[in-house]
Design a protein around this ligand. Sequence first.
Ligand code: PMP
Length: 439
Amino acid sequence: VFSRSRSEHFFKRGRRVFPTGITRVTVDHEPSPLYIARGDGAYLIDVDGNRLLDLNNNFTTLIHGHGFLPVADAVADLLHRGTCFSNPTEHEITLAELLIERIPAVEHIRFVNSGTEAVMFAIKAARAFTCRPGVARIEGAYHGAYDWAETGQAVSPAIWNDAQRSPAVPAYRGMPPAVGEEVTVIRFNDVEDLERRIASAAPSLACILIDPMPSRAGLIAPEPIFLAAVGAIARQHGILVVADEVLNLRQSYRGASARYGLQPDLIAAGKIIGGGFPIGAIGGRKEVMRVFASDSGTPPLPQGGTFSANPVSMVAGRVAMEAMTEAAFASLESLGDSIRAGLRREIARRGAAFSVTGAASLFRIHPKRKEPTDFREAYLEPAEAELMARLSRHFLQCGILLPNGAAACLSTAMTSADGDAVVSAFADFLSALDANPTE
Ligand code: PMP
């Protein structure tokens, strides 16, 4: 059985210093968080000595898993020579060159420290370019903690069934009501909803913010016709398309927009491009990126940041990304294909009421017989949410950390045996569920 006595001990200490004992709302703490002692490639070892296959990889950040040697060596080398300067370094240019060479929509780029900041500056850049304040965003998608990107994430049936209430619901108590007035929430994969809502808000919209496969909203594949409509209606009204690829850049060598045929004006990136260190980036068309330019005085959009483009994140990111060759992306994707196929095979064999979404190195299991095609179809009722928590508990017993409510992701440290372990843990779960539907 799974022991967590030392983790419980740490949790007691944590509770004395942090609200609820944790420092991120996303930490699973039922009955206590698992405190990690160290990472080892595809695995985590917690303070009780449990060894777990890590399908979280710090929320999809660690594309090479833990302790990837080329990054560790490059960073160790740097640590002795200074970790941050007020002056620029060659390291930032090298990472920028790599990203610009790979990502078609990126001609110029700026670095920041998190995905939240990247999305925030992309929205501000769209505003500065268009001289309009408004943001249109996809219902249920997560884009970090900037107010205008957060609003409209926590939509629930009580809200979407109530014609009087705007889906641009405040993300936190006390959020200025004016934020909601500048946010238009559109349904994913619904061209009619998109066209209707954009048409009415168009004169005040700076951008349509879209993650091509929003993870929190179900990790659902975009309909090509929907992405085409996003591009067309944006162009028609002079609205910019901002692709949030903070998570989904890991979908291909050229990123997610290129993979799905979206042509954004700006891209927000983060996670994998920092090689395990804090990072964010805003990239896009030169003409738009000029809002950051200060050649003739104060830029339309001043952007700084004490740790922006710090050499540690730049070097770690470059080394991690260089190791992600086209062949590395292809083999990660084929592991993902085989896991998704295996999970679907187990579902079909038993006629179980589950489905699987995702692509490349990402997957998500839904307690839904019909594969969801938008956030509302993926929405979990309380009994379904409990079933997913039971699934994660079962995976832990099998030595696998399966994120609950977020995308599961693979790393290059994983082998096909790890993939088989995932499928067989799921098969065991379905058998246990048949034998005992309520646990
Ligand atoms: N956008 C997306 C799509 C994300 O998945 C995340 C992080 N999960 C963010 C933005 C925010 O990134 P960060 O946590 O680095 O601020």
